[in-house]
Design a protein around this ligand. Structure first.
Ligand code: ADP
Ligand code: GLC
Length: 494
């Protein structure tokens, strides 16, 4: 276990992480993976970390929650029950046990039809309000010095802390600026905030209320999940009309790269793979996974065909329309494609049509399938991530670890984590993938063309796989940076 830098300090730093998702119980994307890994990594460094999570049924089923306190709230609900639960492998978690708000079908944000719940402002205001109540001593046995919220779901926590004059400091991490938690002005009265908080210098955003902006405006420190995205969101092109605020607050904004949890993402211990493998036997392990993938997806059983994979939410962010337009060009060059994704109906239909047009060459699987995602990371030669923007991106990190070389658009965390196979990078052995700039199928195909040339030079390809698999994107490094940030707010006592 790494030695904590501040281990000589007798009072560990108490940090409360507030979030809507945590893998494997509640996950719609990378946020769930991060919340499952970062707090635990901080705890391994000696911080006294707890979680604050909505009482979704999957969490209540996973671990019994012992009642800590019942609180009267400013919201039109009965006294809310706060439980403390021990989810396996996690720091202790405060669970906001309010079935009327959280015991619902669908994902954390939408109902079964995919529509946002109309009372999402109240569902997530309550989560943030409880975090602030804990900072005010709602559980007398544990009171955080820092409240660290993730994404708009926890955006109001810094606002409630400010409104209550709390001594606790706040950190707010943006995982995706495109999801803003925007509501009409009429909800403001339900939030229990002082009237003056509904202002341009406050939670007001284009006449409505933005929970994301609340976090950006009131937090003591802001972070996002890669250095490049931290710079990008300060520009009009990526700033979602919040770039002015982010520029104004740039002195307290940091980009800290996400990591990969080797307990969860590891080809040498992944039960979803037909054959475990590490760096030294990647060739056999990956060949077995590729054969299994081709069999399962009805792709031609051809070991030599370069197999491109994609695992993604189907939203405009992810650039899968570029991949769809590139399909004929990829197939023409002898490649196969396995896409696992869910979301936009038009894109699903487009990939389904491509699969019919190129039987045995293109497969589209629509839905969320964790085991299949792992088989694709292992069996693919290339994983395509052509995002228009990407705060960090985890699929390219998992691809690297499983020896599938990422082909990415050079943006956000993709730019920070994938070393393009330029002649120089190949020469010095640092190349781990392929990057392109132009937001078009032609840009993607040009990079794919370079990948296919290298795929034909198996010695070079194997060298890249080795380099990719041994790149270290550890949570340990991220945890150190977050701890240093916390210590700016709560210095080590002399
Ligand atoms: P984002 O959070 O923007 O969706 P990330 O790359 O950070 O992007 O994280 C996505 C996470 O969700 C990864 O763990 C990825 O493997 C997983 N994922 C995305 N789509 C699917 C799917 N259809 N089936 C299984 N896992 C998926
Ligand atoms: C968001 C981003 C993604 C990032 C993830 C975890 O969902 O879209 O790029 O990896 O959060 O931080």
């Amino acid at each position: 276990m790494p030695r904590a830098r501040h281990s000589r300090c007798n009072t560990p730093l108490r940090v409360l992480h507030v979030a809507a998702e945590i893998y494997p119980w509640v996950k719609t994307g990378g946020l769930g993976d991060v919340v499952a890994a970062l707090p635990a990594a901080l705890a391994a460094h000696g911080a006294d970390v707890r979680l604050c999570l909505p009482g979704f049924p999957a969490l209540l089923d996973a671990a019994p929650a012992r009642e800590v306190v019942r609180l009267a709230t400013p919201f039109a609900i009965e006294r809310v029950r706060i439980g403390l639960a021990q989810l396996p492998g996690q720091p202790p978690a405060y669970i906001v046990d309010q079935p009327s708000l959280y015991d619902r079908p669908g994902n954390p944000y939408t109902g079964p039809t995919g529509a946002d719940w109309p009372d999402n402002h109240r569902r997530f205001a309550l989560l943030s309000w409880v975090a602030a109540a804990l900072a005010a001593g709602a559980d007398p046995s544990w009171r955080p010095a820092i409240v660290h919220g993730h994404d708009w779901h926890a955006g109001l926590a810094p606002a409630y802390l400010r409104a209550s004059g709390s001594a606790a400091a706040s950190v707010f991490t943006v995982h995706n600026l495109a999801y803003q938690g925007f509501f009409p002005a009429s909800v403001f009265g339900e939030l229990g905030l002082p009237p003056e908080f509904f202002a341009m210098h406050g939670v007001e955003y284009f006449g409505g209320v933005s929970l994301l902006k609340a976090g950006l405006f009131y937090a003591d420190r802001l972070t996002t999940v890669s250095p490049t995205y931290a710079a990008e969101i300060q520009t009009p092109a990526f700033g979602a009309n919040l770039d002015g605020l982010l520029r104004a607050r740039r002195a307290i904004l940091r980009g800290i790269l996400n990591g990969v949890d080797p307990k969860v993402w590891n080809p040498s211990s992944d039960p979803a793979l037909p054959l475990a493998y590490g760096v030294d036997d990647a060739e056999t392990g990956k060949a077995a996974a590729k054969a299994e993938l081709q069999r399962r997806l009805g792709l031609a059983r051809n070991e030599a065909a370069p197999l491109f994979g994609a695992i993604t939410r189907l939203t405009p962010q992810k650039g899968m329309d570029l991949l769809l337009s590139a399909v004929p060009g990829l197939v023409e060059r002898g490649a196969q494609l396995a896409l696992l994704g869910s979301g936009d109906g038009g894109l699903e239909a487009g990939f389904a049509a491509a699969a019919s047009a190129y039987p045995g060459r293109v497969a589209g699987i629509f839905g969320y399938d964790e085991n299949l995602s792992r088989l694709i990371f292992a069996g693919a030669d290339v994983v395509v991530v052509p995002s228009r923007f990407e705060p960090c991106g985890l699929t390219q990190l998992y691809a690297l670890r499983y020896g599938a070389l990422p082909l990415v658009r050079r943006t956000g965390g993709l730019a920070d984590t994938v070393a393009d196979a330029t002649p120089d990078a190949l020469g010095e052995g640092s190349a781990t993938g392929f990057a392109f700039d132009e937001e078009s199928a032609a840009g993607l195909l040009a990079a794919a063309g370079r990948a296919l040339v290298l795929y034909g030079k198996q010695a070079d390809w194997r060298r890249m796989i080795r380099r990719a698999m041994t790149r270290d994107f550890s949570w340990d490094a991220a945890a150190r940076q977050y701890l240093a940030l916390y210590r700016e707010l709560v210095p080590v006592p002399a």
